[in-house]
Design a binder for this molecule. Structure first.
Ligand code: URA
Length: 283
């Protein structure tokens, strides 16, 4: 299609059709067949020298300088298993939240990073006893680089206020720290690649309570199979990866974005919030 010949009305109609189907950003001037590129990748990898083909991983057992964690000349994301392995090594090598943020800034293993504007690492108080974990950032979060700052975030603030809290009482992050295009659900592969980082983030914050916001975070972090309606409001154990089976108390509740669509279910979220407040009073 030669867009030069289209009228303004036709261009607006195309743009609004894209927006309706969830395509709300452009990543290049020309279309690219990434399926064909992925199919060609194994053959290209075989022709590469072994040293060039491997992902650089930290060699030292001790602290790793953030710059050492980068994939210096990567143009395509590495295969998922390799990316997950690298993510695990980088996450384990981070000994502070600043190091973890730097590791994520330098990590190129998750393709979402290439379409997102910003890394959305965290908000709130890193010393908080409560950590809230959502699914992935949306458009507002992607613009500002902070989690839960859009409409769902405003509702989350009101939910916190209802139990006499604000962001200074909690630390907030997401399972996936980059916005999936069009706010789609992160794929299982994207989630698996990012998982070591959120596990490490939880371990470094070391909260007394983890609250999973929505079914996706609950299923990913707590390994639940059931939907959020069954999973919510029940205390569970979150097992911190790589920490010898250490557990943290965890509660799942409804995602504020879901509550915006289903306001009648706010009463269920309110029950969970009161349960959280009771538990916090006993800390
Ligand atoms: N939804 C999420 O799960 N996380 C955010 O940061 C914003 C919306």
């Amino acid at each position: 299609m030669d867009v030069q010949n289209l009228t303004r009305e036709e261009l607006v109609a195309i743009a609004s059709w894209y927006a309706d189907v969830g395509i709300d950003l452009t990543v290049g001037e020309l279309p690219r067949d990434r399926f064909a590129e992925a199919a060609a990748e194994p053959a290209r990898a075989e022709r590469r020298q072994p040293a060039e083909a491997s992902v650089p991983v930290p060699q030292s057992q001790g602290r790793v300088a953030p710059r050492d964690l980068a994939r210096p000349s990567a143009t395509a994301a590495p295969p998922p298993d390799e990316a997950t392995r690298t993510a695990r090594e980088l996450a384990a090598a981070a000994h502070s939240l600043d190091e973890l943020r730097a590791a994520l800034e330098n990590f190129d293993g998750c393709a979402l990073k290439r379409t997102a504007n910003r890394l959305v690492f965290a908000d709130g108080n890193p010393q908080a006893r409560i950590m809230l974990v959502g699914e992935a950032p949306g458009a507002d979060e992607d613009r500002q680089g902070l989690p839960f700052v859009g409409r769902a975030g405003q509702l989350l603030d009101m939910m916190l206020r209802a139990i006499d809290m604000d962001r200074s009482h909690v630390y907030i992050a997401n399972v996936v720290p980059w916005r999936p295009p069009g706010n789609r659900t992160p794929s299982p592969q994207e989630t698996a690649i990012c998982l070591p980082f959120i596990h490490r983030q939880i371990a470094l914050v070391d909260p007394a309570i983890v609250v999973c916001l929505g079914g996706s975070a609950a299923q990913t972090l707590l390994g639940l199979k059931e939907g959020i309606m069954r999973a919510r409001g029940v205390w569970r154990d979150f097992t911190v990866e790589g920490e010898g089976g250490r557990t943290i108390r965890a509660l799942a509740t409804l995602h504020p974005a879901y509550l915006l669509r289903q306001p009648a279910h706010k009463r269920l979220a309110w029950r969970d919030l009161r349960e959280l407040k009771r538990a916090v009073a006993k800390l």
